[in-house]
Structure formats: structure tokens, C-alpha cells
Design a protein around this ligand. Structure first.
Ligand code: SAM
Length: 288
């Protein structure tokens, strides 16, 4: 049985009286080539633990189970659980958790299932929560080596954007701070059942073992990013005024010490410059 064939999805829907939920972002993959690209792109090894977000009817889950030591798949829709138990019954290395991924404790999964291998997170994400899922994983410092996931192309473009690009924003800086980002594939909407409204892309985010910049205060780093991009059309002097409780004069001094022109816009700053700015802000705050 080709699990990914649209005819199989239709058969399963009828057999289980299952209704696809738009609000849960249920657009299932129907293209073996793309499934293979995600699995190859995630570089799963035979000793690895794979955690899959949103298995649907199990197309990626089955392929991951062929390659990994163990797969733990987190699916919120309880209507899909009996279906997954059936479609994946030939595998003895898959665990399905009926949970909301945003409430999932990834560290418990890792400590329960990890062996000598690495931990890889994969998925064709529910698009309504792409950013919250990624920020949860990164901010909680998930104990994984990489995250290889399909998302809407527009979000992938934002994540991988460089300074000066119109898509460069707080999400780009945040993800690039935690990860090295590479695009694995661009995916047209036609390969999903039902097709979503937008095109998609697969990114692999390799989680950095060491941070790329040295920060005195990580919270201030993110404060600068949020404040700057919150008012991205303004000059740095204006967009940062009020951030971390600093007056305009204080921000002027912080920027001057950092060697950053106060008339620049936030979208021109690279990761190193954000770090210099945040460290200069930390120095200012500790000396005033
Ligand atoms: N992996 C399957 C595929 O590629 O065909 C399904 C992908 S579909 C885009 C997203 C999946 O995530 C659906 O199965 C949906 O029910 C599930 N999902 C949606 N919100 C979720 C949440 N908060 N936690 C866990 N799973 C969720």
C-alpha cells in the first residue's frame, strides 16, 4: 500500500470516517520524492532518535522508522491515533504520543528514548503554528542536533534571509543565532492533499553547539532585536529609544560605544553587530 497516494488517503478517510481538519493544518504529503528529500535531508542515522511533529497518517513516520533506531511522533488529533496504529503496525520502533506539540516536554522524550545516537526533529509542520513551534524548540534549547521541517515558503524565506534582504527580521536573527540554516527543497502546493494556499519549503536547522556570538546578557540581545524590528522603518536611534528603559541620549551613547551609526536601520545589522550593540547596552546599564 502506498500510504502517500491520494487514493489511500481517501480510502482511510472513508474507512475511519475521518474528516480532515483545516484548522489543524492537515495537508498531507502525497509525493514520495519530497518525502525522501526530507528523510535524506535530515541525515538520520541507524542509531538516531527521531521526534516527528504532526505525523498525520504516517507517511514520514514510516520512512523515518526505516532509517532510525526509534521514532516518537507527536500528534494532537485523536482521530488520527487509531489510523496511525493501523498504518504503522508493521514497525516496532515507533511510539505515538497524542499531544499538543506546543505543550510537549521534549526533554522527557529525549531522556526516555535516546540511545547512543543523535536526536533529529522532523516534520511537515502544521503551518498555523510554525513560528511558535520553532521558537519553543530553540528557546527551550531542545536537546536535538537538527530540525528538518517543511513550512510555508514565506516563513522559510524569512528564516534564511540575510541582512539587507526585505525578508530579514527578528525571526531570521533568532533562528540564525541558535542554528545554521540550509534549504533542502522548495515544494509546490500541488503535492499535498488537500493543497494548501501557499507554496512550501523544507529547511534543515542544525543546532549550534556553541553560540556564534559572545553575549553578556542574552535577554538584552533579544530586547534589541524585538525593539529594532518592531519599528523597522525608523532609525536605530529612534527604534531603540525606550528599549530596556533607555532614554534617547542613553541609546545615542550605547550606539556610539558600539561603533554603530545611529542613523542606520535595524535591517542592516548582522548577528555580530546585534551582539556588539547588546553588549554595549549591558555595559551602559551596569555603569549607570
Ligand atoms: N506528516 C503528515 C504528512 O506530511 O502528510 C501530516 C502533516 S500536516 C501538514 C500537520 C500535522 O500536524 C497534522 O497531522 C495535524 O493534525 C498535526 N498537528 C496540528 N497541530 C498540532 C499540534 N499542536 N500538536 C501536534 N500535532 C499537530
Amino acid at each position: 500500500m502506498k500510504l502517500y497516494a491520494p487514493s489511500t488517503i481517501k480510502e482511510i478517510k472513508n474507512q475511519y470516517n475521518f474528516r480532515l481538519s483545516k484548522s489543524l493544518g492537515q495537508n498531507f504529503l502525497t509525493d514520495k520524492h519530497i518525502i525522501d528529500r526530507i528523510i535524506e535531508g535530515s541525515r538520520i542515522g541507524p542509531e538516531d532518535l527521531v521526534i516527528e511533529i504532526g505525523p498525520g497518517i504516517g507517511v514520514l513516520t514510516a520512512e523515518a522508522a526505516e532509517n532510525a533506531k526509534r521514532v516518537v511522533a507527536v500528534e494532537i488529533d485523536n482521530g488520527l491515533i487509531p489510523i496511525l496504529e493501523d498504518t504503522l503496525k508493521e514497525y516496532d520502533n515507533i511510539t505515538i504520543l497524542n499531544q499538543d506539540v506546543l505543550k510537549t516536554d521534549f526533554s522527557t522524550i529525549v531522556s526516555a528514548y535516546k540511545t547512543e545516537g543523535k536526536t533529529k526533529i522532523i516534520g511537515n509542520l502544521p503551518y498555523y503554528i510554525t513560528t511558535p513551534i520553532l521558537m519553543k524548540l530553540l528557546e527551550e534549547r531542545v536537546l536535538a542536533d537538527s530540525i528538518t521541517v517543511m513550512m510555508q515558503k514565506e516563513v522559510a524565506d524569512r528564516i534564511k534571509a540575510d541582512p539587507g534582504n526585505k525578508n530579514y527580521g527578528a525571526l531570521s536573527v533568532a533562528v540564525q543565532y541558535y542554528c545554521r540554516v540550509s534549504q533542502i527543497a522548495e515544494v509546490p502546493k500541488e503535492v499535498f492533499f488537500p493543497p494548501p494556499k501557499v507554496d512550501s519549503a523544507v529547511l534543515r536547522m542544525d543546532i549550534r553547539e556553541e553560540r556564534p556570538v559572545v553575549l553578556q546578557d542574552e535577554t538584552l540581545f533579544f530586547t534589541c532585536i524585538r525593539a529594532g524590528f518592531g519599528q523597522r522603518r525608523k532609525t536605530l536611534l529612534n527604534s531603540l529609544t525606550g528599549a530596556a528603559g533607555l532614554s534617547k541620549d542613553a541609546v545615542r551613547e550605547v550606539l556610539q560605544t558600539a561603533g554603530i551609526d545611529s542613523g542606520r536601520r535595524v535591517e542592516t545589522l548582522n548577528l555580530d553587530e546585534f551582539a556588539t550593540l547588546a553588549n554595549s547596552m549591558a555595559d551602559y546599564k551596569s555603569s549607570h
